[in-house]
Design a protein around this ligand. Structure first.
Ligand code: NAD
Ligand code: ADE
Length: 413
């Protein structure tokens, strides 16, 4: 196999990023050290479709250390960091991703990565699984199973499983506590705001921030916006989540009302058309629009284009949509995942946990995958507990242990 990357000469910069990340991923490092002699993945071909950046590189290298032959494709054309891709290719991992790829090249990269004829896969968002169930069906017989990283990917898998269309077991990595409680909430809470603030260089304190969706990602975005001094408005379609937002100290209203008030908008729903024509029509001049959900469907770019006389570059990763009525609306990262298209993705320590869950789940699949049904399976509770324990350990933190009396009382309630 031959990697498809932008420029091999970028490797040195990529290696520095990988080294930095590795030095801050104690749990993943413990896994790779623990299994480097035993090599539980010897003979396994693992295909990974994830954001090609430094933390993902550490995961790919850890799996290789544990014996796997690894191929990595990007799961989003704007999140690929070409220097990291070059560094990984130099280290002998087959890498398929080029920053800014158009749709055809993006899918060609995933397609070519499957040349490693995988028996285990990691997907982020569902494009790899989709390809395997359509154009690449011939490869499915060898696949023991796979892991899905994110909420949107799980929604797609559950829709397939409900129609009996899923052909191999998938593990719901996103639903592990050590994943969504930290990654979706605190990971996106920090990384989206880091990307927004560094890309715009604008002040958040005193501004009005509209967050669409109060799931795990929305909660983190709202929490951090509030801490930065913003007035936070949450929009929801679920009454309970809307109430939760109110009791967390935010305001809640429909997007029709919020659209006219926001300075910054962040969508985090996994749904489409969350911001659309009616909303653009009443937005303030200078409103900044961004999306933290998996696909670039949350902000309806077609509607925005229809109202626009000219699209101009405003700053790196920001386009100004100059509306026919004279207002300007700014769109971050083409409406793709703002924290990855305009930033570096989640903090390293967060991905340490998410990727440790991936490794724990792959080990489970390697051992038990052939006994699992072709449905969406949970991450075993022991994997979650083990990773939390290792993380606490790495932070030098201890917890209480039940006394004999407490144990009896607790388990006989
Ligand atoms: P979730 O299911 O916990 O929350 C989604 C929320 O959106 C729900 O509360 C739902 O009621 C609400 N919603 C749906 N349609 C809506 C609409 N039209 N208007 C307002 N609210 C609406 O999901 P999550 O874990 O918070 O993930 C949200 C999205 O973010 C997914 O696409 C997921 O894949 C993605 N994600 C991104 C990152 C990142 O790094 N940017 C990290 C994790 C997850
Ligand atoms: N870095 C690598 N994968 C990521 C993900 N799914 N979310 C945020 N940052 C990441």
């Amino acid at each position: 196999m031959k990697s498809m990357i932008k420029d091999p000469s970028l490797a040195a910069a990529g290696l520095l990023k990988i080294e930095w990340a590795k030095n801050h991923m104690p749990v993943l490092n413990l896994f790779s050290e623990r299994y480097s002699k035993e090599k539980p993945f010897a003979g396994s071909h693992i295909n990974i479709c994830l954001h090609i950046e430094a933390k993902t590189a550490c995961l790919a290298l850890a799996l290789r250390e544990m014996g796997a032959e690894v191929a990595l494709a990007g799961c989003n054309p704007l999140s690929t960091q070409d220097d990291v891709a070059a560094a990984l290719a130099e280290r002998g991992v087959n890498v398929f991703g080029i920053h800014g790829a158009d749709d055809d090249l993006y899918f060609e990269c995933i397609d070519r990565s499957l040349g490693n004829n995988p028996d285990l896969i990691i997907d982020d968002g569902g494009d790899l699984v989709h390809l395997l169930h359509t154009e690449k069906r011939a490869l499915m017989d060898r696949i023991i199973g796979g892991c899905e990283e994110t909420t949107t990917g799980l929604n797609r898998l559950r829709a397939m499983a409900s129609k009996n269309e899923l052909c191999f077991p998938m593990i719901a990595v996103n639903d592990a506590d050590c994943k969504h409680l930290f990654d979706n909430r605190y990971g996106t809470g920090q990384s989206a705001w880091t990307a927004l603030m560094s890309s715009t260089n604008l002040l958040v304190a005193g501004s009005t921030v509209v967050i669409a969706g109060y799931g795990w990602v929305g909660r983190g975005l709202a929490l951090r916006a509030k801490a930065l001094g913003a007035r936070v408005i949450v929009t929801e379609i679920d009454e309970v989540k809307a109430l939760e937002a109110i009791m967390d100290g935010h305001d809640t209203m429909s997007m029709n009302e919020a659209a006219a008030l926001g300075d910054f908008f962040i969508t985090a729903t996994g749904n489409c058309d969350v911001l659309r024509k009616d909303h653009f029509e009443v937005m303030k001049n200078g409103a900044v629009l961004s999306n933290a959900g998996h696909f670039d469907v949350e902000i309806n770019k077609e509607d925005l284009k229809m109202m626009t006389s000219e699209i101009m570059p405003a700053r790196e990763n920001i386009e100004a949509y100059c509306l026919k009525d004279g207002r300007k609306i700014y769109l971050m990262g083409e409406g793709r995942l703002v924290n990855l298209a305009c930033g570096m993705g989640h903090p390293v320590e967060i991905m340490d946990m998410s990727f440790a869950v991936q490794v724990g789940s792959l080990l489970y699949l390697k051992e038990k995958g052939k006994e699992l049904e072709p449905v969406v399976n949970p991450v075993p509770r022991e994997v979650d507990k083990k990773i939390a324990a290792l993380k606490l350990d790495s932070l030098g933190k201890s917890i209480d242990v039940l006394t004999e009396k407490q144990e009896k009382y607790w388990f006989n309630r």
